[in-house]
Design a protein around this ligand. Sequence first.
Ligand code: NAI
Ligand code: PYR
Length: 315
Amino acid sequence: MHKEKVNRVVVVGTGAVGCSYAYSLINQGVVEELVLIDVNEAKAEGEAMDLNHGIPFAPSPIQVWSGSYEDCGSADLVVITAGLAQKPGETRLQLVEKNTKIFKEIVNNIMASGFNGIFLVATNPVDILTYVTWKESGLPKERVIGSGTVLDTARLRFALGQYFNVDTRNVHAAIIGEHGDTELPVWSRTMIGMEHIDTILKYKEDIKKESLDDIFIHVRDAAYQIIERKGATYYGIGMSLVRITKAILNNENSILTVSAYLNGEYGQEDVYIGVPAKINRSGIQEVIEIKLNDQEQEQFQRSVSILKETMKPVI
Ligand SMILES: NC(=O)C1=CN([C@@H]2O[C@H](COP(=O)(O)OP(=O)(O)OC[C@H]3O[C@@H](n4cnc5c(N)ncnc54)[C@H](O)[C@@H]3O)[C@@H](O)[C@H]2O)C=CC1
Ligand SMILES: CC(=O)C(=O)O
């Protein structure tokens, strides 16, 4: 009998982030097969049972089960959200040692299955763990993607939408760099609707540059604020991962600020970091090199340096 090609996504790590992603993926009807893996097998099993009970209300049929690394062999996409999360006050970079160790084991298990698809990494520090995934897997750099600053960009677009009282989808803005404390907003490329933000600052007296700077600080520190209040962040990243998944599986050529490998772009080499990139079925089809102003270029360089310095002892 002819078997239709179905899209299979495997999620490794069924904690808060992995399950928010799975829930959102099911509700948006993106794939036909969803496999959940966790070192805590009972947790993955329970999550699969619970999610399955919502399937009668999903927009399209999907099979969800708790599986093993063997299920990665025929997966189109493996999304890794496994590992430790920040405690209140802890930085993402402080997780590097423990999560690198966890990742080396996970990626080797996945590759032993014969996996030949695309990796999408969310675990922190995401830029460094995406690099680790690329190194350990031996897959082409285009097929190893980190969630990068997709979430930070979403946070900025949301906050600017509120400030300008305009639909977030009409806010064209980006955060690039490390997904963490050294990230930066690309104000020189920010548009609200059809207007450049510099033009708006010139003619609208109630719009202030200081308010924009404040907005960025809140965006940069949002994870700390949320972790302080509820222990973890997961809905925003879950939906960000679905957005990237759709760009890949639907061959969208969408431009998203993922963590991509730089090989000379932005004057940087041998680093995974958040930059705009065109995403389609082949993974990262192209890193988009936007022209940064001198200050942005300097901040970006600093972000690269911090990542490289942090990475050195673990790579
Ligand atoms: N990139 C981003 O924008 C964001 C990243 N994160 C990161 O995502 C990661 C996960 O966060 P949460 O889901 O909140 O943590 P969590 O503690 O709720 O879940 C982590 C899961 O990983 C599993 N795990 C640990 N070691 C494993 C292994 N060797 N193999 C398989 N599974 C294993 C645990 O059993 C647990 O179920 C953290 O590193 C966090 O910092 C969180 C939010 C946003
Ligand atoms: C935890 C994290 O990386 C975030 O919410 O941005």
